[in-house]
Design a protein around this ligand. Sequence first.
Ligand code: MG
Length: 376
Amino acid sequence: MKIKSIESFILSDTLKKSFYFSQWEYSERRICIVKITTVSGHVGWGEGYGPADVIKSGIELMSSYLINENPLQIETLWNIMYRRTLDFARRGVLVSAMSAIDVALWDLKGKILNLPVHVLLGGKKRDFIEAYATGMYFTNSEKLSDVLPKEAKRYCEMGFTAMKMKVGLGIQEDIENIKMVREAIGPKVNLMIDANHAYNLREAIQLAKKAEPYNIYWFEEPISPEYYDQYSELRTKTSIPIAAGECEYLRFGFHKLLDSKSVDIIQPDICGTGGLTEAKRIAVLSSVYGIEVIPHTWGTGIAISAATHFISNLDDVPGRLKPPCCYIELDQTENALRDELTISDIEVKNGKIKVSDKPGLGFEINEQALKKYRLK
Ligand code: MG
């Protein structure tokens, strides 16, 4: 069993309606995906989280180390990629390139062995995963007071019992938006807020205090990911759980986040933090600290499928007869790549996703969509 080829593709779609968050505006979806083919004709697909063009270069670099290697020895290949890039890229997009290849190797292994990835990871611990809707970004084309409550209600009608909205426009405006959304969805729906590190510690404390009466399920990335001490101080000043980790890489990054007592929930992105191989290690590490793992998920059906298999394998922290929710993040913003690239049995029913038992990550690539959105 040998790897014959590793091809990467950049897909792009211009949005009909741009949207923004606390850092910048999105007018395009652009993603790098990877296809690994064996001499025997088996195929696996992966995806990288981050700047697609740089990830493509990273995949091309790493391909040269992996051709003719045995794709079933995923950890061995992971270690080759890691050692060859460690001196230059201990964090960042080269790790995303590794992640894309790693996810493709897991899909490939499942396809070769005719087993779902959750079995390869050690077994399925839940058949259904609660999904939360990510949306409620900002727009200049309409008044937020017109769109946010409507959007929140739409997620409720779709069956979601949890949703995440953006903050980071300034404390006063954020609180007005949170109030509107909470009033629209009622008291029972779990509501998370995400600042994408827009605030300093003083502001984050102020916002958290003012948001507490609206029963916030977690406050995500309140502060820049560089300031671990400020995160741990914020945790002592608010009753809202603090979540972060989408900008963190490898188990070493998460060790720092966990050891500094910065967060209540860690959010590794499987397609950015080192793939399923490293995400599994990160989950083991977090269990040592007794901290929940709720992955950050963004991108196409490849990333969503990888997250589904990973989450289905997570241990309950803590274990009990009626365990806490193991959420999967489902981005609801406009994304034709997410909607069209993969064909799978993933569907949200009553706010839950059923875990696929099909081989590999459980999807097929829609070759027409690949052709339609392919840039290079
Ligand atoms: Mg986030």
